[in-house]
Ligand binder design. Structure first.
Ligand code: SF4
Length: 783
């Protein structure tokens, strides 16, 4: 942990810098770009029935959108307003009225005709609902009935057959903490959260490389660092206000590099609405782009290190920070030997980047005195994700870019809850403040006053597979309790997911809205519990940003929805009903009491107990983790870890596919059109040369297919690395194999390989044996 404290927001240098302008045409006229003013007006219109409450949420609450983190309209990085259209889009979830009764009692088939966007627009869930096997509609039930029924069912099963899941839908630390505690009190370690499918490998890799589980630096470190690298991260789209920090960084002379198969337009140029100069003329964001193959990052990084070691041989001290390596790292010789064995041809083929281009990047980093590496799903949603991230850590350690100003490693988070969820213990591998090991278990048992199960709980992917185990299996999931989440639209292979969800005896959806997963049958009963948003919860709540700022969001005066309850209260109430004799052990009087306990259970969070009013915030761990190069590992050193190249061969006619996000928040789609490239949701980004070889025209109907599924879309010519394509998530999930997990963090693989054909050729194919043969060739290695 660092001693240096964050210095608070700095002033933005607003002096015009025409050399950074994206275009001389005012307001980007004629360019494909988001229409911020129009979007803001639309939000005002959408929220017109509750406009003063909407305003109070924006000015008093902590954003429930991404995890960049903002309280009201102010953040800790730059003075001046902080607001984006993601937050404005999500706002309606907080202000809309309850679902009309006619929909709550509608025939299930009528509801199933609606997609998730239409279901969301129906409104908020106002009271508990039940739908038993064979029933065609939901029926209203009382809270008492609902919780008693769930508790009775839980009492009747082995607790290994019970699993909890929490998404990141604005959920607060208080809720994650209470859920984590309630699950263990009830007797299960099967509890997981949404970070499993986004940044779980980041935490695992940072732990093994540096002994930390979060960003080592702050956003302020972006501004003025020599090199800022975005690796598989489209921060401009997913954390929009980060562009303001990028603008400030450019003004301070920082070079911004993007490493991604697709030249993401939003990272190339952005019109930042809160900065007049940028709103008018746009800002060129990236200085250079390395278009790696999907899954080619490890090879690229190995190539960069190989150059460093060669440069080092010719001129010692020219490429890496030897003093830092000697004082603060282990494993240098092993890593060097491992890298020197690699051959350039393989590295070039696997990465898609030439040796010369790798050298350019190697020299850029070698000459930089400071650097910040940021990454996201482009590195984490792979079957070798933990290795991807450890490779980034290797680069940072070799350059000494750790634990000081303008340096660091940052897994940038997409949802406001995910940083805190694991830190609160809503994770099968951890308890608040530590791993599920003997020492932490003993410490937490003392605080909680009850025994914690010692068996290893399952991740969400495993839990879903366990739903299909035979009835007599001791790990067959019979009760699945999920707070938010839409597995049908977020996990690979939707058909398999549906089958699994139907196999659960009782499913509980604690949520604010309906989605398509809520409507899936269960073997015995589906129970829906109406939850409050973070702004409605009495006593307020906290959420932790990517840079470890813990923000307090107060309860905000406004309308309340029917019988919706605070989520922490629901978990507490349920737990008491399962073990009534011990109910005092799981009782909290209010949210402040939960914060008191969090401060004791997770020592990093000492300070949370003092957060009481709007604007209160503290950063755990100080400005830099591993300050001065001292890592919280057994010997205080960082570990350099040799990483093997993953299999990344491309055979003729076979394309790599990755998934990308458009105008959406998680699986909630806000526009069918991507404002940054004018693509439709079923467009497939493809290199024009690849398309031309297949005689495919821009805009032509095409089919992507493999042994897992078929995706019908349209070719969209785009600046994407040859042999690579990108489809929108979750639409493209039909192509993703199920059951392929990363070895360490168990994140599902979200990339695959496909054949591509013109739709007319695909559909005219009459001989099914031919199609089967072609598809067989696509089987990916899942080792
Ligand atoms: S960038 Fe993220 S934290 Fe900031 S307003 Fe937008 S969604 Fe909220």
């Amino acid at each position: 942990m660092g001693k240096t404290k964050h210095e608070g927001p700095m002033k933005l240098n607003k002096k015009p810098a025409p050399k950074l302008w994206a275009s001389w045409a005012p307001l980007g006229l004629g360019k494909v770009k988001p229409k911020h003013i129009r979007d803001t007006m639309k939000t005002a219109w959408d929220n017109k029935d509750n406009i003063s409450y909407a305003y109070r949420i924006l000015t008093q609450g902590v954003c429930d959108g991404c995890a960049l983190g903002v309280s009201g309209l102010r953040d800790q990085t730059l003075t001046g307003p902080h607001l984006c259209t993601t937050r404005l889009n999500v706002l309606r979830l907080n202000t809309m009225p309850a679902i009309e009764d006619k929909w709550l009692s509608a025939d299930i088939e009528q509801l199933r005709k609606l997609d998730s966007t239409e279901l969301r627009k129906l409104g908020r869930i106002p009271y508990p609902l039940s739908r038993k096997k064979g029933e065609r509609s939901f029926s209203r039930i009382s809270w008492d009935e609902a919780l008693s029924r769930i508790a009775d069912k839980i009492k009747s099963i082995d607790k290994r057959q019970l699993a909890f899941y929490l998404t990141a839908r604005g959920i607060t630390n208080e809720v994650y903490y209470t859920a984590a505690k309630a699950a263990r009190f009830i007797g299960t370690n099967n509890i997981d959260n949404a970070s499993r499918i986004c940044h779980s490998p980041s935490k695992t890799a940072l732990k093994r490389s540096l002994g930390i589980g979060a960003s080592s630096c702050s956003y302020r470190d972006w501004i003025g660092t020599d090199v800022l690298v975005f690796w598989g991260s489209v921060a401009a789209n997913n954390q929009p206000v980060s562009t303001k920090y990028m603008y400030a960084a450019k003004k301070a002379g920082t070079k911004i590099i993007m490493i991604n198969p697709y030249l993401e337009p939003s990272m190339e140029k952005y019109w930042i609405p809160s900065i007049a100069e940028s709103a008018l003329f746009g800002t060129k964001i990236t200085d250079d782009v390395y278009q790696v193959n999907i899954g080619g990052d490890i090879a690229f990084m190995n190539g960069v290190m190989k150059h460093w070691f060669e440069m080092e041989r010719e001129a010692p001290g020219s490429s890496i920070d030897r003093a830092f390596i000697e004082a603060h790292t282990n494993g240098f010789n092993e890593l060097k030997q491992h890298i020197e064995k690699q051959n350039w041809k393989t590295l070039e083929e696997s990465s898609g980047i030439s040796k010369d281009r790798m050298k350019e990047f190697a020299i850029l980093l070698a000459r930089a005195k400071t650097g910040v590496f940021i990454w996201s799903m482009g590195l984490t949603q792979h079957r070798f994700a933990t290795d991807n991230i450890s490779q980034v850590a290797n680069l940072a350690l070799l350059q000494g870019f750790i634990g000081r100003k303008h340096c660091g490693l940052m897994p940038i988070r997409g949802h406001s809850g995910v940083q805190g969820s694991g830190e609160m213990g809503a994770d099968p591998f951890v308890l608040p403040g530590g791993d599920l090991d003997e020492e932490t278990t003993a410490r937490i048992e003392k605080i909680w006053g009850f025994r914690i199960p010692t068996w290893q709980g399952d991740t969400i992917g495993q839990t879903i597979e366990n739903m299909l185990l035979p009835n007599e299996s001791e790990r067959k999931v019979k009760v699945f309790y999920t707070s938010g989440g839409n597995f049908l639209e977020t996990m690979p292979n939707p058909d398999f997911i549906k089958k699994a969800l139907q196999e659960v005896e009782m499913r509980v959806h604690q949520d604010i809205i309906f989605n398509t997963s809520t409507l899936v049958d269960a073997k015995e009963e589906v129970i829906i519990l109406p939850a409050m948003t973070r702004y409605e919860q009495p006593g307020g709540g906290t959420s932790t940003s990517t840079e470890r700022m813990v923000y307090f969001s107060p309860e905000i005066k406004g309308p309340r929805i029917g019988e919706a309850r605070s989520e922490w209260e629901i978990y507490m109430d349920l737990a008491k009903r399962v073990r009534p004799a011990d109910k005092e052990l799981i009782h909290f009087d209010d949210a402040a009491e939960i914060r008191e306990e969090i401060a004791a259970a997770n020592r990093n969070y000492d300070g949370i107990q003092h957060l009481k009013k709007r604007g209160d915030v503290f950063q755990w761990g100080g400005a830099w983790l591993c300050e001065g190069g001292m890592c919280p590992t057994a010997d205080g050193k960082g570990n350099l870890i040799p990483v093997d190249l993953p299999e990344n061969r491309q055979t003729e006619g076979r394309f790599l596919v990755t998934t990308r996000r458009g105008k959406q928040f998680n699986s909630m789609i806000y526009s069918e059109k991507d404002p940054f490239n004018a693509a439709d949701r079923r467009d497939v980004m493809i290199n024009p040369k690849d398309a031309e070889e297949l005689y495919i025209q821009d805009g032509e109907a095409i089919v992507l297919f493999n042994r897992y599924g078929t995706f019908q879309g349209r070719a969209k010519y785009a600046t994407v690395q040859r042999g690579n394509t990108a489809v929108y998530w979750p639409e493209g999930n039909v192509l993703i194999p199920k059951g392929v997990y990363e070895n360490h963090a168990r994140i599902p693989e979200y990339n695959t390989a496909v054949m591509i054909e013109k739709a007319e050729i695909f559909h005219s194919r009459k001989d099914p044996r031919y199609a089967e043969k072609r598809i067989e060739e696509l089987e990916m290695s899942t080792d």
